[in-house]
Design a protein around this ligand. Structure first.
Ligand SMILES: Cc1cc2nc3c(=O)[nH]c(=O)nc-3n(C[C@H](O)[C@H](O)[C@H](O)COP(=O)(O)OP(=O)(O)OC[C@H]3O[C@@H](n4cnc5c(N)ncnc54)[C@H](O)[C@@H]3O)c2cc1C
Length: 360
């Protein structure tokens, strides 16, 4: 642990010195008090051989542009600031968006708020079996087309001409990548929510290997996949693996984006690897690490969860429909010496003798 420095806030990362050869990084940081976030020590500067950026991408709200939102006088917030339903008791709430955050918050508000209005760009696409069940189960829940405009008096006008008077609008519109501390002289940019250019979503060709990114990918298996990404970066930095030449990495990064565009994937989903092609995750781990392949029962479990969540969002956790191989896999996992599971689950399982896999 003496190598780990806890609670510094990094305020600037920039190339130290000139040129890309023998690149080093100047890191400026302040020590903060973890609970309050207050700065408790002065600015420090240090030079490092390499920087791995792993600052997450679920904290900087992405807001849409809706006519009237700047004049709206009632409550407006992003899903990032949502905590509990109680403060919306008996209110009419409009949720902008229809993704995971919107649906989770909508269900949380049902039974507390007076009316909960989800909005979707395409009502047809949003009407999954899970959505139909949610609407059937909750009379106060409604699905609307997207908003045309908001009025100062609280009116929310939807694209089909219907309107509600709302007390609160919650923007469940996702997040944007943000690296406010990072100065790469324009060699890494964020455009339309695409961080680029990045070879394998990890190394910027012109600055590799001394600069790398962990966790840019979306909809993947956390923490397994990010651990694999870290292993690859460590191997490259320690000289145990080599990267292709910079021009090859750049070409590969550009081709990747072109292929996605040709397949009709918008730029903002560039890093959505699990949702577009789950196999990309497994291929990455096999190519760049020596971690054992993901066991088939875990792959099956993920497929089953994704299937169940679109069938019945409210109850998918309780469905008792696991296949035999998933049941056996979970049983083996529960018997691993370091498996941490809730007491009631653990005590209800009987451990059978088995050969434990070396790695989860
Ligand atoms: C509502 C919600 C629900 C989710 N549910 C699930 C789920 O059920 N299962 C799942 O697998 N994933 C889920 N995710 C995704 C999961 O949270 C992320 O994939 C995961 O947290 C990413 O880990 P990370 O370490 O890359 O980033 P983070 O967990 O965001 O960690 C980044 C860290 O960097 C720190 N940091 C940022 N800037 C600086 C700076 N300048 N200086 C110093 N430190 C800095 C932050 O304080 C933070 O501690 C969910 C996400 C959201 C928003």
């Amino acid at each position: 642990m003496e190598l780990v420095w806890l609670n510094p806030k990094v305020v600037r990362v920039a190339m130290a010195g000139e040129g890309c050869r023998d690149m080093r990084w100047l890191v400026r940081s302040v020590r903060i008090e973890p609970d309050s976030g207050e700065e408790v020590a002065a600015v420090e500067e240090e030079v490092f051989d390499a920087v791995v950026v792993a600052n997450g991408h679920y904290s900087q709200p992405r807001l849409p542009s809706i006519p009237g939102m700047e004049k709206w006088r009632r409550r407006q917030l992003h899903s990032h600031s949502y905590r509990v339903p109680d403060t919306f008791r008996d209110e009419v709430v409009v949720l902008i968006g229809c993704g995971d955050s919107a649906m989770d918050i909508a269900l949380d508000l049902c039974g507390v708020a007076k009316a909960v209005n989800l909005t979707a760009k395409s009502v047809e696409q949003a009407m999954t079996p899970a959505m139909s069940k949610m609407l059937a189960n909750h009379a106060e829940l409604h699905l609307n087309p997207q908003i045309d405009f908001l009025c100062e008096d609280g009116t929310v006008q939807f694209a089909d001409g219907t309107r509600v008077i709302a007390d609160a609008v919650i923007y469940c519109t996702g997040y944007t990548y943000s690296f406010p501390f990072l100065d790469t002289g324009g060699l890494v940019t964020v455009q339309d929510n695409r961080v680029g250019p990045l070879f394998e979503h990890t190394f910027p060709p012109a600055l590799a290997p001394s600069l790398s990114f962990v966790g840019v990918q979306m909809k993947t298996f956390v923490p397994w996949f990010f651990e694999a990404q870290g292993i690859w970066i460590a191997r490259v930095l320690s000289g145990r693996s080599a990267l292709p030449p910079a021009d090859e990495m750049l070409r590969a990064a550009e081709e990747y984006c072109r292929a996605r565009e040709a397949a009709g994937v918008p730029a903002k989903y560039t890093h959505d690897i699990g949702g577009v092609n789950p196999n990309e995750t497994y291929e990455f781990v096999a190519k760049y690490t020596d971690l054992p392949p993901r066991e088939e029962w875990k792959r099956e479990l993920v497929r089953a969860i994704l299937r169940d969540i679109t069938e019945d969002r409210e109850n998918f956790r309780d469905l008792d429909n696991d296949s035999e191989s998933v049941r056996e896999g979970v049983q083996r996992w529960l018997c691993l010496p370091d498996a941490t599971v809730p007491g009631d689950v653990a005590s209800s399982q009987v451990c059978m003798p088995f050969q434990a896999p070396s790695q989860l």
